[in-house]
Design a protein around this ligand. Sequence first.
Ligand code: ADP
Ligand code: MG
Length: 240
Amino acid sequence: MVRIQGVDKYFGDHQVLHHVDLDVAAAEVVAVVGPSGSGKSTLCRCVNGLERPDRGSVLVDGVTQPAEGRELARFRADTGMVFQSFNLFGHLTVEQNITLAPLRVRGVSRAQARDRAAELLERVGLAAKARAHPAQLSGGQQQRVAIARALAMDPKVLLCDEPTSALDPEMVQEVLDVLAAVAAAGTAMIVVTHEMAFAREVADRVAFMDGGRLLEEASPDAFFTAPRHPRAAEFLSKVL
Ligand code: ADP
Ligand code: MG
């Protein structure tokens, strides 16, 4: 579903991604872990077209990331993104947050968009909050709305960049539970996370990044019990 091939990315003279290769199959969940500054967010942003690789390519369902214009907008619509900081529109209701992109980009009817929003809010356990504004919700609830909003576009891959890092500890699990349910329902996902228990239990594969390089890819069991790369072992010794 996603094919990242030989991706290099620079910010000025600073190379932040070095020839990254990563494939994600349909319905597969890949957890991306690694120290801060290792390029995890930049990789996510390259997959959904917020950043453009300087070399290499990103394909989603066989389509190469287009350079610009309508094609890029369509490509971006196929890659849902969930950010650390939720990024909901504060002046819109929960329902409006969820229906906005389907109405504008997919051209569905208002009734269809509302029905779908209701269904997704049910799925993330927030059926009663359709008319609330983001500021009236807890962080965990806001992030669950953000997940519903991303799913409303029926993305081919859901990219989650540290979806629980900005949450108070008591709200982390409710968001991880929703993400686990999304994974179980068969959405391909790339989840950047520091939640090692989640990576171990929910991911099909773990990708470890350090210094802009993808240094190891392994099954969660193999990665957490016997990491092959010394940097991965060192990282795990600090976080586990
Ligand atoms: P991670 O998500 O793993 O913490 P990032 O992808 O955010 O890592 O950052 C990787 C490197 O790229 C860091 O050195 C960071 O400072 C740098 N970087 C990220 N975004 C930008 C940007 N827009 N401009 C310049 N440097 C950036
Ligand atoms: Mg990051």
